[in-house]
Ligand binder design. Structure first.
Ligand code: PBG
Length: 330
């Protein structure tokens, strides 16, 4: 009790503070999301995400080399195809934009981990994460027919040289379907990072501009999780994905769901846990910083520290390059 115990003794001296520090950030734990579109020399800024752009595969090569030089743990690629259709055919073609992007990235910097987002929404003309139908009585993603599409996408990514595939559609059985397809094709060694607990979140707003993937009707609440659902539902999602063969599991978004990250960390010791610090979390800070209302660097590093402290060892973040530079200087 006070006055014997004075916790400020741990804070007066900067070196004591440093010693007592438990949560440390490292560029090696960051994954940088990148948006790739067809063309050459393309760097089309994304208005809602200052500092990010849609880039062509040749420009991607430069980005990946830069990520390597900064010691960033990996990149996650999202493709924006020239042509969209009902089933997202471009994503299932070995000549499609995502396959081109993976090859360009691996060629530019073979040691940089290339993760691919396995989902239909960037490739479908309706913007939903799978095949659309009415079997439930309303227009929604048809679960089981979508599994086949996702398995085909994962195989395209694997053949192009992806190091990790990351299904993000919240389709029941997606991890198992992808695992079986990969194993049957000899990709036994290829890990799956599952977006296991992904919420139907308004924080994805800027991403949908970046990936041109806004649903053309309805929303994603028929497949992504309800933010108000019992936290235990997220644990069931993670448990099922692990049973289906997920190697790394992710919670998304990050900051509004730190409780879910912490629960997963407690409930599944030893399972690598990732969190996606999503577009809205990034753009809000950017916008406020542009107005001089907050300090971007301090807010970003504090946010990343909080996500790490909650239990996420791996963080997907649009600040990956900036944070790597900021940490280098410290
Ligand atoms: C694709 C996907 C989305 C994000 C990552 N993968 C969009 C969505 O589900 O609507 C969002 C990432 C972000 O906001 O940064 N299914």
């Amino acid at each position: 009790m006070f006055p014997t115990t004075r916790l400020r003794r741990l804070r007066y001296h900067p070196a004591v503070r440093e010693l007592a520090r438990e949560t440390r950030l490292s560029a090696a734990n960051f994954i940088l999301p990148l948006f790739v579109r067809p063309g050459e020399g393309v760097r089309e800024p994304i208005a809602a995400m200052p500092g990010h752009a849609q880039i062509s595969p040749d420009v991607l090569a430069d980005e990946v080399r830069e990520a390597a030089a900064l010691g960033i743990g990996g990149v996650i690629l999202f493709g924006i195809p020239a042509e969209k259709d009902a089933r997202g055919s471009d994503a299932m073609s070995d000549g499609g934009i995502i396959a081109q992007a993976v090859r360009a990235a691996k060629q530019a910097a073979p040691d940089v981990l290339v993760v691919t987002d396995v989902c239909c929404c960037e490739y479908t003309d309706h913007g939903h994460c799978g095949e659309i139908g009415r079997s439930t009585g309303r227009m929604d993603v048809e679960n089981d027919p979508t599994l086949e599409l996702l398995a085909r996408q994962a195989l395209v990514h694997a053949r192009a040289g992806a190091d990790v595939v990351a299904p993000s559609g919240m389709i029941d059985g997606m991890v198992g379907a992808i695992r079986r397809a990969l194993d049957a094709a000899g990709f036994l060694h290829l890990p799956i990072l599952s977006y296991a607990a992904k919420y139907a979140s308004a924080f994805y707003g800027p991403f949908r501009e970046a990936a041109e993937s806004a649903p053309q009707f309805g929303d994603r609440r028929g497949y992504q999780m309800d933010p108000a659902a019992a936290a235990g539902q997220a644990m069931r999602e993670i448990e099922l994905d692990l049973a289906e063969g997920a190697d790394i599991v992710m919670v998304k978004p990050a900051l509004p769901y730190l409780d879910i990250i912490r629960l997963a960390w407690e409930r599944f010791p030893g399972v690598p846990l990732a969190a996606y610090n999503v577009s809205g979390e990034y753009s809000m800070v950017k916008a406020a910083a542009e107005r001089g209302w907050i300090d971007e660097k301090l807010v970003a590093l504090e946010s990343l520290t909080a996500i790490r402290r909650a239990g996420a060892g791996i963080i997907l973040t649009y600040w990956a390059k900036d944070a790597a530079r900021w940490l280098e200087k410290e």
